[in-house]
Design a protein around this ligand. Structure first.
Ligand SMILES: [Zn+2]
Length: 185
């Protein structure tokens, strides 16, 4: 596990600085020892060779756990199995063993499907952070293509989708398929 300065690609696109608060509890992230996730979703326009942020957020571990509890056991098991079967751990270990902490080498290709982000219509980058540092380890940072998100949405049970809907009514508008990326492994 290696801590580095937060790369700009994980900054808030609104402030062009690191995310300041948890999207749910509003906790200050730069303070003390706070662990959190950052997720940014991009749309890629092939015709213009241009990418745009369509969604972004930071979520502290406490709130991520709360979300996780709202998932049915069935959904959790299916998602866990999906990642166990599809996540390219070998590639992550290769980056670590070669001491390569160039963020673009970590997020250029989908961690499950292997395609480059320029081969997608949309993609999601994900990382784990501690206060003002990003953590490089065997499970991140990484990128997931839209195809993976579609697979995961299909794995969620109706019960999970219902309980997420009620949570999102309370908190914010994030889509259910994003939950997979919050799970703490
Ligand atoms: Zn929080």
């Amino acid at each position: 596990m290696i801590l580095k300065e937060i790369p700009e690609i994980f900054f808030s696109s609104k402030t062009n600085l690191p995310f300041e608060n948890c999207i749910i509890c509003n906790k200050k992230l730069a303070n003390q020892k706070v662990d959190y996730f950052v997720l940014k979703s991009y749309r890629y326009y092939k015709e213009y060779d241009k990418k745009d942020v369509i969604y972004e957020m930071a979520l502290c571990f406490k709130c991520a756990e709360m979300l996780e509890e709202s998932y049915s056991d069935e959904s959790n098991e299916r998602i866990e199995k999906y990642f166990a079967d599809n996540f390219n751990l070998k590639n992550m270990l290769k980056l670590i063993s070669s001491n390569n902490y160039n963020i673009y080498d970590w997020i250029a290709h989908c961690a499950c499907k292997g395609m480059h982000w320029k081969k997608t219509n949309s993609f999601h980058i994900y990382g784990i952070f501690e206060s003002s540092k990003i953590i490089y380890f065997r499970h991140g940072p990484y990128m997931l293509s839209d195809e993976v998100m579609a697979d995961i949405a299909n794995l969620l049970s109706n019960q999970t989708i219902d309980s997420l809907r009620s949570l999102f009514d309370i908190y914010s508008d994030f889509p259910p398929e994003f939950r997979s990326i919050f799970s703490i492994r």
